[in-house]
Design a protein around this ligand. Structure first.
Ligand code: SIN
Ligand code: FE
Length: 293
């Protein structure tokens, strides 16, 4: 059986990490396992604790978003004078998580692009959503409007819940198994439709055949309630004070409950992986028998 979770006994975001830890973490990550660090806590400073509250979030957007490149914070209803402290907190997490991945995965050093940072103060359970947006259903991540053109989506999550509540995930089967089950049911990509979506700005840039398959796979998994119920899966509870790292375009995952978490997204080119044969791009290309970029 495929071990979904690999535990890593580290407790420092900056390292230094042993060669063994780095090798084990890289291997697990690229295999599509969850790299789980039970003792890696994002410790809050006293003055930061007031932001661990639902009051900071705008009811519409639910997540606080931060872009480290522009230093812009979004999704909050705090008055501008109050936002500075929250912005500092999210920025501190963004910097810590970058240090972590740059040092823990030496193969990726200098090759990761830091994307959006988020703070998620709203309870994940029972949020109304259309099935496509319902993350309580198992899925692999694919961004419908932002094609990655094959780039990997690497995500760092940390639970900062002050009331002892874990973040409850389900983790499904391996990516090759997911592809096996769904590939024959997915519609073929259409160049004309992809161009049209680009012109009408439904997508930022052109949806590549790779992005097409990832998007359709994401939707097909979520639409299939039998699959959701009966596929081989495991409940995982990430307690406060723990951190986990996944290639979320590869790990079949769902969030069942939990509140107060930070998340940082990075992009990585497939060619910068230790073993690109394990990427969703190459696995899908083997399944359909053609190049997808
Ligand atoms: C997701 O990426 O599906 C959501 C993860 C989470 O909010 O815990
Ligand atoms: Fe997801």
């Amino acid at each position: 059986m495929f071990d979904r979770i690999v535990e890593l006994e580290i407790n420092d975001w900056a390292g230094p990490f042993t060669k063994e830890n780095s090798a084990q973490a890289t291997e697990a990550l690229e295999n599509g396992q969850v790299v789980y660090c039970p003792n890696l806590a994002f410790e809050l400073e006293e003055r930061e604790k007031r932001y661990i509250s639902t009051d900071v979030a705008d009811a519409k957007s639910k997540n606080i978003r931060y872009d480290i490149h522009t230093d812009e914070l979004g999704g909050t209803v705090l008055p501008p004078t109050e936002q500075v402290g929250l912005q500092q907190l999210v920025r501190r997490f963004a910097n810590k998580s970058r240090e972590l991945v740059e040092n823990l995965f030496p193969d990726y050093q200098g090759k990761l692009t830091q994307a959006r940072t988020s703070f998620r103060p709203i309870e994940a359970q029972g949020r109304p959503a259309s099935y496509r947006k319902d993350d309580t259903r198992l899925h692999v991540d694919a961004f419908p409007s932002s094609p990655t053109a094959g780039k990997r989506i690497l995500r760092v999550f940390t639970n900062v819940n002050p009331n002892g509540m874990p973040r409850h995930w389900r983790v499904g089967e391996s990516f090759p198994q997911v592809v096996d089950k769904f590939i024959s049911k997915l519609p073929k990509p259409n160049k004309f439709a992809a161009k049209l979506m680009q012109i009408t700005r439904i997508t930022r840039g052109e949806r590549t055949p790779y992005d097409h398959y990832m998007h359709k796979l994401h939707n097909a998994m979520k639409a299939d309630l039998e699959y959701q119920k009966f596929v081989s899966q495991e409940d995982v509870y990430f307690p406060p004070g723990s951190t986990w790292i996944v290639f979320s375009d590869q790990v079949s995952h769902a969030v069942m409950s939990g509140q107060f978490m930070f998340e940082q997204t990075f992009y990585l080119s497939v060619k910068d992986m230790a073993d690109e044969k394990k990427s969703p791009l190459r696995i899908l290309e083997r399944a359909v028998g053609r190049e997808l970029l």
